[in-house]
Design a protein around this ligand. Structure first.
Ligand code: GCW
Length: 719
């Protein structure tokens, strides 16, 4: 009897424990992203929101309004543990979703010109006892719904709201570099989420979840296939698959675009040329485009990588980028589609230093592109390095729509095991002042069209999404998807505020932990700069896979593929002279910047070696020599990762165990790899500087030969 009793006691306490554990932590593995909708524990707060989510009035029905209803249902159930009931009429509803032409709107005093909301904007307006979301379209209502839910998830007040949101940028796009065999170029989160083999019939739940996540942050366009395109994508069988995706994404406000291969007329069309000057090539594209629109009436358009890294393009026929782009634009124009034409080009035979080439090719074409073409420019002049100055193309083509291309996947920032919050990188690029039309000519104003009022505005992010349960490989990779979407919606938001939102929705609402995590995130990218490419160094990674350090690599087919081309370390010093005495890349910037970049004393320290070759004993602002300062940056970066690790371990109790463990394991890898980068680079540069590692810093763990011998034939994501 006594044993039975003891057994019962033990059993019940065990059950109790399990129950408690499940209450607080649901076994979260990251799949739910920032849309977790876990119960709000604070009673007072919950009550405030309970009132708003009591009953819903929404009319009339569409696929999108059904998505809204479902979203509110699960949010209300999760956050408040209460159902949201349909209201019999507008008067009785606590939450109303109204189109601007609804008769119900007449009973409210709205002082805004609702026309200006356009097709995607919305108004959140609260009265004493009702909350209104008003928009001109169902998609606007969906965006408004996610805004309202975000406010609830992050604990904001809903009182006296009268808030208008209109996206600053028209096309807010994810570019997937996903191949048709599901390999993802520069993807570190598993294989592609697009299962082309099983499409069009098998519609994975993941497609809907992906669309929902994108809609929640305002992303309205996706390119599911790699810019290193396969022409098969335009064959009838694949277009059926694309149509299946487009049908799924449409009610979420997302249009599908396709990366196309410029030589498709030859590869799949049986033509003997793809020359844009030939009428038959025009006709082929027109027919193909019409065929696509017959299947997908809201098809977004084409993304093109042409005459870059071996891809075919108009240059093969002596035609310009504008001639190539306009041919496609004209086929799309009658249907309302657009061309995103990439400016990431560096020609095979070009003599100019690589950072100069995109500008040299594109600036003479300013004003020559049709109005449904946007030239898509990477944020910096080389290639998504941990830090680059802004690309000189921004501001230099006032008569051409320019799109921003950011990389969300961390090709050069530690793949999916390094914690790098890219919000700060994006913000730095957007806030950069080009000075091309005087002070205040920021990159953000160039791309959102407010500087030169251009017809098409766009921002693209190279996706970091794959089949991993947590979508992005690293839990914090989700923050980069998130911040990209939020900044594409509003390029004036701050990276810190967005981090704050994301943390509260994804990880914890414990105040102190939120601050700790925000601190980690906000400093994380700079740490990577420090342990990989400090003081303006760039392109020091190993060959092909781009994993780990390879500053010594000097034997590749083209000079500008070698890290040695970029750092130019020799016995005298280090850095690439891009002033007039060197490659004169500074001449591509506005006079304001030319003056600054010409002088190492004026050049911002973080870009010093981008623009200058300086002696190892050059005196830095700190008074220390360049060599010492360089080494200290490397050590500072690696040390900082150890600090992040400690910060994370200290908040264990506030984070769901599965998420906690994932980040903990990744941070352990990052600590190791940061030291690897540091030691390999410092030892290598030391062979030139012949100066000691400053006192007090630990010695590298291995020899330079050891680091040089490391090989990673199966590193993920290779091109
Ligand atoms: O960053 C480089 C990558 C390539 C990529 C290319 C591009 C898709 O290493 O993998 O190709 O840029 O942006 O086109």
């Amino acid at each position: 009897m006594k044993t039975l009793f003891m057994l019962l006691v033990v059993l019940s306490s065990l059950i109790g424990r399990v129950a408690i554990a499940q209450d607080k932590f649901s076994g979260e593995d990251g799949y739910r992203l920032w849309l977790k909708y876990d119960l709000i524990e604070d009673n007072a707060q919950r009550q405030q929101y309970s009132h708003t989510l009591q009953s819903l009035f929404i009319a009339p029905q569409s696929d999108t309004t059904r998505i809204i209803q479902h979203e509110l249902k699960i949010a209300s159930h999760g956050l408040l543990s209460q159902p949201i009931k349909p209201a019999a009429n507008a008067k009785q509803a606590s939450l109303l979703m109204l189109k601007s032409d609804s008769p119900e709107l007449k009973q409210f005093k709205i002082h805004h010109d609702l026309n200006k909301l356009g097709q995607e904007g919305y108004l959140l307006h609260s009265t004493a006892d009702q909350m209104l979301i008003i928009a001109n379209s169902d998609i606007g209502l969906l965006y408004g719904t996610f805004d309202l839910l975000r406010r609830i998830q992050t604990g904001q007040s809903l009182n006296k709201l009268d808030h208008i949101e209109i996206p600053k940028i028209q096309l807010r796009m994810l570019n997937h570099w996903d191949d048709l065999d599901r390999h993802t170029e520069r993807g570190y989160a598993g294989e592609s989420i697009f299962d082309w083999h099983k499409l069009p019939d098998y519609k994975e739940q993941r497609y809907y979840d992906y669309a929902r996540a994108n809609a929640s942050i305002g992303i309205n366009g996706i390119v599911p296939n790699n810019v290193n395109a396969n022409s098969l994508i335009l064959t009838p069988a694949y277009l059926q698959k694309v149509k299946a995706l487009a049908d799924i994404f449409r009610p979420y406000g997302i249009k599908v675009y396709l990366s196309i291969k410029f030589s498709s007329p030859q590869q799949i069309g049986g033509l003997d040329t793809s020359d844009p000057a030939e009428q038959k090539v025009h006709d082929w594209w027109q027919k193909k485009t019409d065929e696509i629109y017959a299947l997908i009436p809201d098809f977004g358009g084409y993304l093109v990588k042409a005459n870059s890294e071996g891809q075919p393009g108009p240059g093969d026929y002596g035609r310009t980028h504008a001639e190539g782009a306009n041919m496609l634009a004209r086929a799309l124009k009658p249907h309302g589609g657009n061309v995103l034409w990439r400016a990431f080009v560096y020609a095979h035979d070009a003599k100019a230093e690589r950072s100069l080439q995109a500008y040299n090719e594109f600036v003479p074409l300013d004003g020559k592109f049709d109005d449904n073409v946007s030239v898509q420019v990477k944020n910096g002049p080389i290639d998504f390095q941990p830090r680059e100055p802004f690309s000189p193309l921004f501001g230099a083509m006032p008569h051409t729509s320019l799109a921003m291309e950011f990389q969300i996947t961390q090709e050069y920032l530690g793949f999916s095991t390094h914690l790098a919050y890219l919000g700060t990188l994006y913000e730095e690029a957007l806030d950069a002042d080009t000075h091309t039309e005087g002070p205040g000519s920021t990159v953000a104003k160039v791309i959102d069209g407010s500087l030169d009022s251009l017809p098409l505005t766009a921002m693209a992010g190279v996706a970091n999404i794959g089949m991993d349960r947590n979508w992005t490989g690293h839990i914090f990779g989700q923050a980069n998807w998130y911040v990209f979407g939020r900044l594409a919606w509003n390029d004036q938001l701050s990276a810190a505020d967005i981090a704050d939102e994301w943390i509260k929705m994804t990880l914890t609402d414990d105040k102190q932990s939120v601050n700790t995590i925000k601190d980690m995130m906000m400093g994380s990218r700079e740490l990577i700069v420090d342990y990989m490419t400090p003081l303006g160094l760039h392109h020091l990674m190993d060959t092909g896979h781009h994993y780990g350090p390879g500053p010594w690599v000097d034997n590749l087919g083209r000079a500008d593929w070698n890290p040695t081309y970029y750092h130019r370390a020799d016995e005298q010093g280090i850095g690439l002279d891009r002033t007039a005495s060197g490659t004169n890349a500074i001449s591509q910037y506005a006079p304001y910047w030319q003056k600054i970049f010409a002088d190492p004393k004026k050049t911002p320290q973080e870009l010093l070696l981008w623009f200058h070759h300086l002696s190892w004993d050059y005196t830095m602002p700190s008074g220390d020599t360049l060599w010492n300062e360089l080494v200290k940056h490397y050590y500072h970066g690696a040390k900082g990762v150890e600090k992040m690790q400690k910060q994370w371990l200290a908040i264990k109790d506030q984070i769901e165990p599965n998420q906690f463990e994932q980040v903990k394991m990744a941070l352990a890898i990052q600590v190791k790899e940061a030291k690897w980068w540091r030691d390999a680079c410092v030892l290598y540069f030391q062979t030139f500087s012949k100066r000691p590692i400053p006192e007090g810093l630990e010695r590298p763990e291995h020899s330079l030969e050891y680091y040089q011998s490391l090989k990673f034939p199966y590193a993920p994501g290779q091109g």
